[in-house]
Design a protein around this ligand. Structure first.
Ligand code: HDE
Length: 704
């Protein structure tokens, strides 16, 4: 059991089998050592009995003087804090950011001055709509929030895995979020956009159409956090030491490439393993397979902004990389899980307004509104203006300010100076401003009178929605159509469905027709009147597609290997070796978790009993039953589901001959397609791994 200790100076900790627990600030704080393992109260008073309350007589009433009981229950009663109003469900990790080169020509930001410099980071991934206890594979945007602990203060790049947003002005944020959250009278549906309120709002908000294309695409059901891109979304500003400014968009690209799951898989994964994404990140980092992303910058000047097709301040628009390439400037590596979820992942407070000198904002009205919102929300959630003193939020560079007191202040400045100017001199007079080092805001000229007005340049709501759609492969386009049909089929009000199809007519005629057919709509509604005529001349951007940009290898992926009594030991060893060589992992699934005895008499323990390890949890499967094993397997419904799902989800399937009996029982075509690979006893398993690099065999006609 972990015990809390205040013994100073201990470097290593040991409890149970686990050793060395560093706190988020690097200090050791959960310690139990010989001679130092007595349970105490928070006041340090040793506890003699933690099993029974103090009572008057063995069967008598409890006594109010039981301070240990009172303290324990009091603390338990106060364990919960409000969950985040959005992005409540999340998972975080520590790591570092390493620069490829100096960007001093572009920015004076200290983090970008020196080649090869590493800056510590904490990253939190999240879903948006669901509450803390919801499932990982909701169809939703994913948060991708990075806190860089730079030498000139914390920089929070609070992004998403989608480069645009639903709305153009922060004043609409409560509305979009209310609409997607559980309906207020019913308190459901949880973590889902497939309901009337959401689509009602969307169908009345044409500016959301571009974002809707992304959210209905496979981007909204990522295979794991490790396989998704991240985006700063807004246009930001970089300012160099001479005070020269350029605009920038930030993009994170995963080294392992992008990958998503199918909707039918997502639904099943949520039942089989609601923590699928958490588990994936945990397993990867704990096994030393550290995920990496490259930070890429799209840098441009005012002249580019003036001639670009859309307003660079409009957060519902992207700048296609074919128009403006994104240059890699550094890498992010996540290499350490938090010691304690609550202390770090739950209490981390990201704020868009945290930018160090050299990085600034544009006038994007969504970003400006966010800068206002994030401070408020932290106070509500963490309950004290001193939340920046929590180790996960505190800067790792020296910091000096004259703010003091308040709830939970444990870093009040020493000495008599708590104001400035003062005449006490720097020794005892505290910190002073520094015109040289300090943050100077870029002196942008104001524009025009005070107005509540949406600029004309934000009026095109459909052209980039169309560009995204036509940039997708046919498979991906089909998924977008299916997702829209699924979601809108959950809307009870025909008028909402019709309004959506009316918008889709401005995006793409085929898509509108597909969705109308899927909804059983007898007649197409007229196209929605657009604020500005949609363009059809924007060229497709292949980089917007996941499938057109496949990964270079099967590294980081997982193969589910179904084994039975008597499975071929040699084959299994060969498969494991080939997978490891590729950087992929293998998990064994067997009729019982205790495992199976292989052909060479060796016991192979299983990771999963068959009904706890469905094929949706894996990227590819190998079915290696023996002659005797297949008979038992065929009697098990989960074994049948394992195979039929792998088939329907277009997965690559390696198999030994006995498995064909199961294929026949499931009614799979006798003439197996090229997504299947038969393995003999001394087979080379390399080709199967090579095949798996394509991730799915999309040519299968009867998939999900
Ligand atoms: Fe957020 N958002 N947001 N958001 N957001 C929050 O801050 C808000 C927006 C994003 O892992 C809240 O600490 C407003 C865009 C992430 O802790 C809150 C608007 C993008 C996270 C808030 C937006 C984001 C948040 C809730 C419209 C992508 C999770 C809890 C103007 C660029 C950070 C919290 C974490 C969290 C407000 C829109 C990303 C309430 C008002 C656009 C990744 O402050």
């Amino acid at each position: 059991m972990a015990r809390r200790s205040n013994k100073p100076g201990l470097e290593a900790a040991k409890y149970g089998d686990q050793a060395v627990h560093r706190g988020q600030g690097g200090e050791t704080h959960q310690i139990a050592e010989d001679g130092y393992d007595t349970l105490t109260t928070q006041q340090g008073i040793p506890v003699a009995d933690d099993q029974n309350t103090l009572r008057q007589g063995a069967r008598g009433p409890a006594l109010m003087e039981d301070a240990h009981f009172r303290e324990k229950i009091f603390h338990f009663d106060h364990e919960r804090i409000p969950e985040r109003v959005v992005h409540a469900r999340g998972y975080g990790a520590h790591g570092y950011f390493e620069t490829y080169r100096s960007l001093s020509k572009l920015t004076r930001a200290d983090i970008f001055q020196r080649e090869g410099e590493r800056t510590p980071v904490f990253v939190r991934f999240s879903t948006v709509a669901g509450s803390k206890g919801s499932f990982d594979l909701a169809r939703d945007v994913r948060g991708f929030a990075v806190k860089f602990y730079t030498q000139e203060g914390n920089w929070d790049l609070v992004g998403n895995n989608i480069p645009v947003f639903f709305i153009q002005d922060a004043i609409k944020f409560p509305d979009i979020i209310h609409s997607v959250k559980p309906e207020p009278d019913k308190a459901f549906p949880q973590a889902q956009s497939a309901h009337d309120n959401f689509w009602d709002f969307i169908s009345l908000t044409p500016e959301s159409m571009h974002m809707i294309m992304w959210v209905m695409s496979d981007r909204a059901i990522p295979r794991s956090y490790r396989f998704m891109q991240g985006f700063g979304v807004h246009t930001f500003r970089l300012v160099n030491a001479k005070g020269e400014s350029s605009f920038v968009k930030f993009i994170w690209k995963p080294k392992l490439g992008m990958q998503s799951v199918l909707w039918n898989e997502a639904v099943k994964i949520n039942g089989a393993d609601p923590d699928f994404h958490r588990r994936d990140l945990w397993n990867a980092i704990q096994s030393g397979d550290f995920p990496e992303w490259e930070l890429c910058l799209q840098v441009f000047d005012q002249e580019f902004a003036d001639r670009f097709d859309f307003d660079v301040l409009d957060p519902t628009k992207i700048i296609p990389e074919e128009v403006l390439p994104a240059e890699p400037v550094g890498r992010l590596v996540l290499d350490r899980m938090p010691d304690n979820f609550f202390a770090e992942t739950e209490q981390v407070a990201f704020m868009t307004q945290n930018v160090p000198p050299g990085i600034e904002f544009s006038n994007d009205p969504l970003l400006q509104g966010r800068n206002f919102s994030y401070l408020d929300t932290q106070l509500k959630r963490l309950g004290s203006p001193n939340f920046a003193q929590l180790p996960i939020n505190a800067p790792k560079c020296p910091f000096h300010h004259l703010q003091q007191d308040g709830h939970m202040a444990f870093q009040n400045p020493r000495g008599r100076a708590n104001y400035e100017p003062n005449s006490w001199g720097t020794e005892i007079g505290g910190p002073r401003e520094s015109p040289e080092r300090g943050f100077h805001t870029f002196p942008q000229e104001p524009e025009g009178p005070k107005v509540r007005l949406r600029p004309e340049s934000f009026a095109d709501h459909y052209s980039q929605a169309r560009q995204f759609y036509v940039s997708q492969s046919l498979v991906e386009q089909r998924h977008i159509g299916d997702a829209l049909v699924f979601e809108l089929s959950k809307c009870e009000f025909p008028a909402i469905r019709e309004r959506m199809v009316a918008h889709l007519r401005n995006v793409d005629a085929d898509l509108a027709q597909t969705v109308a057919d899927g909804l059983g709509m007898k007649k197409l509604p007229p196209a929605a009147p657009p604020a500005q005529k949609p363009r059809t001349d924007l060229p497709p951007s292949d980089l917007l597609s996941i499938l057109k940009n496949p990964p270079a290898s099967f590294a980081g992926r997982k193969i589910g290997v179904l084994v039975t009594e008597g499975s071929d030991a040699q084959l299994l060893a060969a498969l494991e070796a080939a997978a490891t060589e590729e950087g992929a992992t293998i998990e064994f699934i067997a009729p019982a978790v205790g495992g199976v005895t292989l052909s060479d008499g060796r016991l192979q323990p299983a990771h999963h009993k068959i009904d706890g390890g469905p094929s949706v949890l894996f990227d590819a499967v190998a079915l290696l039953p023996s002659d005797e094993g297949i008979r038992e397997l065929m009697k098990l419904p989960p074994a049948r589901d394992f195979v039929s799902d792998a088939y329907a989800h277009y997965k690559f399937i390696a198999f030994t001959e006995p498995a064909t009996k199961l294929f026949a029982k499931l009614g799979l075509p006798e003439d197996l397609d090229d997504g299947f690979l038969s393995l003999g006893s001394d087979a080379d398993t390399g080709p199967f791994i090579t095949q798996c690099r394509d991730l799915r065999f999309w040519d299968r006609p009867d998939g999900a």
